[in-house]
Design a protein around this ligand. Structure first.
Ligand SMILES: Cc1cc2nc3c(=O)[nH]c(=O)nc-3n(C[C@H](O)[C@H](O)[C@H](O)COP(=O)(O)OP(=O)(O)OC[C@H]3O[C@@H](n4cnc5c(N)ncnc54)[C@H](O)[C@@H]3O)c2cc1C
Length: 424
């Protein structure tokens, strides 16, 4: 049995950042990173561009092999974890091999959630999480594009929207079905979402919000998606993008607590000794301490990976993970939407303040949300600002109340000036 001081399971955003953080503090410890895939790591965020053909699959690696060599990390591909034995500190792989660890990071991400829709298992449908998924979708998408075939996308989250745009760009006639009453729920406020939706419609994409799928039925080529209320959409290509579930199948009986994801503390430690977890596999708490959706995004995976790596290596510079603050940069049809933080609650109390620039009819839109002077959220379409700086202002609970007008008028320079005052 091979044995390492540190084992990182999953070579994507969370795992790779953890490797860097471990090696930054521990120059000598033996480290292995294991991944079930048989190729260099790939970010799921690049997959829609693989589908459209914009990014060739041989030029999308997150890291080259030399990166692992430079860090003196043993990089094992086709190492699919099947079970975790925390009593004996070892992982069992699907091919029967065993790997022992001193400290272990679980960074296995998430897998597409398949909703319990009647008839779905009887038809061919696609998901988008791995390179194989993208290549399979690219093949059917280009056939659909050539023949102006019909594609139906179930779900208007980031995955569904990115994929829908790229299917439309490939020439398919696309319909998006979303059960919530706006696209990108949880990422953008209703006004920003309406503008994004408008851009999709302008580019020929049909967007059906507030609609639930009743069932799916096979058709000669493809299937028919039947909606509650009687509407029906024929699909040559069906993509299910209805959210994700944490990739935890190998944790059964391990003693690692799992609820909506692996349960971790503020240093990303799990309930099992010497086992940490980070990224989409964990159940993230919100920075705001409320039910604001958190996690499932790349910046969070990186932040958690860094925290876990520092914690594993005993780095004295370690800070507790503050909780997730949503941060999204979303490009669509050549335009850009940005969102950071949270919107005001429906029943906002007296301390809350919302300021908006760019109403109906204007292209650019910006909304800032404050609570007792502290920045809570910024949402914009076609307005330039650095989301990373806004993110810092939120995390540091900076009182921006006196600069709220300036922030609305010129978010980029005002936020920079506020931050530079803090750094001095
Ligand atoms: C199409 C798409 C578009 C997206 N767009 C955005 C975006 O615009 N902005 C954004 O912030 N986020 C986006 N996301 C989400 C973002 O990709 C994830 O938040 C991020 O990849 C999470 O990183 P992770 O390291 O936790 O997990 P993952 O990236 O899921 O990586 C998990 C790794 O673990 C490996 N693994 C899994 N199980 C096992 C096992 N049993 N044994 C060994 N290895 C295993 C997998 O092979 C994989 O390499 C998008 C996701 C998708 C699918």
């Amino acid at each position: 049995m091979e044995q390492f001081d540190y084992v990182v399971l999953g070579a994507s955003h969370a795992g790779l950042e953890a490797l860097r953080a471990i090696r930054a503090h521990d120059a000598d410890g033996s480290i292995a990173v294991l991944d079930r895939e048989g190729r260099l790591p790939v970010s799921p965020t690049v997959l829609p561009y693989v589908v459209s053909g914009k990014r060739p699959e041989d030029r999308i690696a997150l890291r080259e092999r030399g990166w692992f060599d430079d860090l003196q990390v043993a990089y094992r591909q086709q190492a699919h974890a099947a079970a975790l034995d925390t009593a004996y500190s070892r992982l069992r792989l699907a091919d029967g091999r065993e790997i022992g660890y001193g400290k272990l990071l679980l960074a296995t991400g998430a897998a597409p959630a398949i909703p319990p829709i009647e008839g779905l298992s009887d038809v061919r449908f696609h998901v988008l999480r791995t390179l194989d998924d993208a290549l399979a979708l690219r093949e059917v998408a280009s056939a659909a594009g050539r023949s102006a075939g019909r594609a139906v996308v179930l779900g208007a989250g980031l995955v569904g929207m990115h994929a829908a745009e790229n299917l439309a760009r490939a020439g398919a006639r696309v319909t998006i079905v979303e059960m919530r009453d706006q696209v990108l729920p949880g990422y953008f406020d209703a006004t920003a979402a309406a503008r994004i939706e408008g851009a999709f419609r302008d580019n020929g994409v049909e967007v059906l919000t507030g609609r639930r799928v009743a069932r799916v039925a096979p058709r000669a080529a493809g299937c028919t998606v039947l909606l509650e209320g009687g509407e029906a959409c024929d699909a040559d290509v069906l993509l299910v993008a209805a959210g994700v579930r944490p990739e935890v199948s190998y944790l059964a009986g391990s003693g690692v607590a799992v609820e909506r994801g692996v349960v971790v503390d503020e240093f990303m430690r799990t309930a099992a000794a010497n086992v940490w977890a980070a990224g989409d596999v964990v159940q993230t708490r919100s920075f705001f301490g409320d039910a604001t959706p958190a996690g499932g995004i790349l910046p969070d995976a990186v932040e958690q990976g860094r925290t876990a790596g520092m914690s594993m290596a005993g780095d004295p510079a370690l800070q507790p993970y503050p909780g997730g603050v949503s941060l999204n940069t979303y490009g669509f049809f050549g335009r850009r939407a940005l969102s950071v933080g949270r919107d005001a609650p429906r029943e906002a109390g007296p301390g809350w303040e919302t300021r908006v620039r760019g109403g109906e009819g204007s292209d650019a839109y910006l909304k800032i949300v404050l609570c007792e002077g502290r920045l809570q959220g910024v949402f914009g379409v076609d307005v330039l600002f650095d989301p990373g700086i806004m993110w810092e202002l939120i995390l540091r609970r900076v009182d921006v109340g006196a600069r709220a007008d300036a922030l609305l008028e010129d978010p980029q320079d005002t936020a920079r000036a506020l931050m530079s005052g803090l750094w001095r």
